[in-house]
Write a protein that binds this ligand. Structure first.
Ligand code: GLP
Length: 243
């Protein structure tokens, strides 16, 4: 994997935006895999600016989000559907038929997960997948112990993940206990991957993923095997890497 160290969060976001812009300019019908959380907020901001400045268009772009909380309606203000609309989709010219986000409120989880996987295949696979990372090294919502061959499915959230996300739900008790996520097998099939991480609190997770052994207890460590994966980090997140 390739490691790029940016001087701060702002620069990390800019470097990531440049890569996404290049991807879209090279292939205006690109299929993108997109994350949520705090990390990609500025990246989305930069993509909106590039759209407003007519540097890129999203008319032919197809997107697949990585995950969604189980039990949340898409209209819920804490859902990843709402997050994506607020941070990106409502501000660009993407066509709603080209947006794919798992339905966390589905009554038929199995069918929803199969549908998602088949839509990724039908789109020709993911050209560029952007990832964040959890403090426990989760990617998407694939928690430690996830099978490296796993596909889109319902997963139980680790307590550390629930604690980290409880700020969005008011309390740990109200934080969902499960989520729908693409699998690690699904992630690894993306043609190109960029993982973003900022801040000292991610430094241990990044060091385990980059310098540690490839181990299902460290989901992000499998990215060492991906043929085209770049980690774009700020100095804080890179602080514990072996040089
Ligand atoms: C969340 C999301 C992940 C995200 C990660 C990091 O729980 N499901 O897709 O990459 O955890 O989140 P943050 O960027 O807020 O640190």
């Amino acid at each position: 994997m390739k490691i790029v160290i940016a001087k701060n969060y702002r620069n990390m976001s800019r470097l990531a935006a440049d890569q996404v812009i290049e991807q879209i300019r090279n292939k205006p019908s690109s299929v993108l895999g997109l994350p949520t959380g705090h990390t990609p907020v500025e990246l989305y901001h930069d993509l909106v600016l590039a759209y407003q400045q007519e540097i890129i268009r999203f008319k032919k772009i197809v997107t697949f989000n990585l995950d969604e909380y189980a039990g949340l309606e898409s209209g819920d203000k804490r859902s990843y559907h709402t997050y994506m609309k607020t941070n990106l989709f409502n501000k660009i010219d993407i066509q709603s038929k080209n947006i794919h986000i798992l339905d966390g409120a589905t009554k038929n989880v199995k069918r929803e997960c199969v549908r998602f996987e088949s839509e990724i295949s039908r789109a020709g696979g993911i050209d560029l997948l952007i990832l964040g990372i959890g403090m426990d090294d989760h990617i998407g919502f694939n928690e430690p112990g996830s099978d490296f061959k796993s596909r889109t499915r319902l997963v139980k959230l680790a307590e550390t993940t629930r604690e980290a996300n409880s700020k969005y739900f008011g309390s740990l008790k109200r934080t969902p206990t499960a989520a729908l996520t693409v699998g690690i097998g699904t992630i690894m099939e993306a043609k190109k991957i960029i993982l973003l991480a900022d801040g000292k609190k991610k430094a241990e997770a990044i060091a385990r993923a980059v310098n540690g052994k490839i181990d299902p207890q460290v989901p992000a460590s499998i990215l060492q095997k991906h043929p085209d994966c770049t980690f774009i980090l700020d100095k804080g997140a890179a602080a514990k890497l072996k040089s």
